[in-house]
Design a protein around this ligand. Structure first.
Ligand code: GLU
Length: 485
């Protein structure tokens, strides 16, 4: 099996197109096949090298490496369509020799009038065949006059084209519904139908998974390949991604470019775990590695119904990715963010790094949160969340003075310390633990998805992380804050 991703580098890739890349990657890896990357940059006006580089970077970041394509091996290249003009020319000539393609001199204005006429007659607009019967002399004369022309494929007037779609089953299109279509534009560049189909066949692609918006292109592409005696791949058209309101996914629904997700701190494996389930069903709801996702990927599990994008789901898999990352990976991820020139590397003492990651890792959604924790826990001046500050004031300065005094009885353990504070202040449960948590961690609630105050970083773990001197200082700060200082 050989699958491919064939993006046009006209912008940064979004979740929708990267899911197509992912499905192709998974399908290939499920069968120990190959995954190919082809850059469809025939539209020279809109294609940009920066986007090509960006999409390659984005794919690599997600772990979607390619076996064939730019910067990789493979003997079916070049893998940039802009470098394949000679190949296309050969096939344009072949079709013309076979009488299956002809030059069309119709102007944009003529075509638009013809479309309007057909619409008003209640017929679907398609090419009226004006130039289909031009003689060789007529064609020559028009060329002599320097008239611009396109090349059209001559669609059989009768019969139908059918194929089995990997998701939607048997599809049949009547040739009568397909007008002779353009395969070479007037500037000499190939149309999408043409270069895309020819390259799939020449590059030995066996399976194409692509968006259902391409479904009606497939009969045209089948006809072309048949005319050229090239083997078409098997096609599977995947359902589109829609937002909660059923409309195609857009920025309004929280759809972002892969680049934006990375910059925000999403972890690649979380994104991939989500996308692999968007329109594809896994029996197993557990977080999986790329290899397991591939191993359990099945074409039969691709859904026909539109896939609903939900940002909460993306966040769910982000948390899973955090939980499954090791401490060192997380430290690196956290150290990427900077706020007001401050990073966690400056805030967390080097010898406390591992303990810090360990303490906060279950309470993070984005690397920014780690920076908040680092600031809360290690800023000497004390930083308190508003609700934590309220609890500290409510508990009163006497509570914290008693807590400072209880340090002597703490035997270096949070449990003994809390017991001693409880006895000294006559408090227990929330009344005891909430002010202690607020004073020591600067936070009342764990951030992000944990909204249960008792589920923040464990106090015993914070106790170890901060060490006796810092704990004392924080309790003193809380006492001062409660006293109105
Ligand atoms: N370049 C086309 C696109 O980006 C490829 C479509 C396909 O996968 O066949 O839409």
């Amino acid at each position: 099996m050989k699958t491919r991703f064939a993006p046009s580098p006209t912008g940064y890739i979004h979740l929708g197109n990267v899911r197509t890349a992912l499905f192709n990657w998974l399908a290939a890896h499920a069968q120990q096949g190959r995954f190919l990357l082809r850059i469809e940059d025939t539209d020279l006006e809109r294609s940009e090298t920066v986007y090509q580089q960006a999409l390659m970077e984005d794919l690599r970041w997600l772990g979607l490496d390619w076996d064939e394509g730019p910067d990789a091996s493979g003997d079916a290249g070049p893998y940039l369509q802009s470098e394949r003009s000679a190949v296309y020319t050969r096939y344009f000539e072949l079709l013309q020799e076979k009488g299956m393609a002809y030059p069309c001199f119709c102007t944009a204005q003529e075509l638009s009038v013809s479309r309007k006429l057909q619409r008003s007659a209640g017929r679907p607009p398609r090419y009226a065949g004006t130039c289909a019967g031009l003689s060789a002399q007529e064609v020559e004369a028009k060329k002599q006059r320097g008239l611009p022309f396109t090349l059209r494929f001559r669609v059989p007037r009768q019969g139908s084209v059918s194929f089995i779609d990997g998701v939607r089953g048997r599809q049949e299109f009547s040739c009568q519904d397909i007008g002779d279509f353009i395969i070479r534009k007037s500037d000499g560049s190939p149309s999408f139908f043409f270069s895309n189909a020819i390259d799939d066949a020449l590059m030995g692609v066996t399976h194409v998974l692509r968006g259902e918006d391409h479904l009606t292109n497939t009969p045209r592409q089948q006809m072309l390949l048949e005319a050229l005696e090239l083997k078409p791949p098997e096609y599977a058209h995947i359902s589109l991604i829609v937002g909660g309101d059923g409309a195609p996914l857009s920025k309004r629904h929280g759809s972002k470019s892969v680049r934006e997700l990375r910059e925000q701190g999403y972890l690649p494996l979380g994104v991939v775990n989500y996308l692999a389930r968007l329109g594809h069903h896994y029996e197993n709801e557990a977080f999986m590695s790329m290899e397991s996702l591939a191993q359990h990927f099945q074409l039969q599990h691709l859904g026909k119904a539109p896939a609903h994008f939900q940002e909460e789901q993306l966040l769910h898999w982000q948390h899973e990715a955090i939980l499954h990352a090791d401490d060192q990976q997380l430290w690196q991820w956290m150290s990427l963010v900077e706020r007001d020139g401050l990073t966690i590397t400056q805030l967390v003492p080097a010898e406390r790094r591992n303990a810090f990651v360990h303490a906060v890792r279950d309470n993070l959604t984005m690397p920014d949160d780690a920076l908040d924790w680092a600031a809360n826990l290690f800023c000497e001046s004390g930083i308190y969340a508003a609700d934590a500050e309220n609890i500290i004031r409510e508990a009163g300065s006497g509570f914290f003075q008693a807590a400072v005094a209880s340090l002597a009885d703490a035997q270096d353990q949070f449990k003994s310390f809390a017991g001693a504070v409880g006895t000294a202040t006559g408090t227990k449960g929330k009344k005891l633990y909430m002010p202690l948590r607020a004073a020591i961690s600067g936070e009342l609630y764990a951030q992000g998805w944990n909204s249960d105050w008792a589920r923040g970083p464990q106090m015993a773990v914070l106790w170890e992380l901060l060490g006796a001197a810092r704990i004392r200082r924080r309790l003193e700060l809380a006492a001062a804050l409660a006293a109105g200082g």
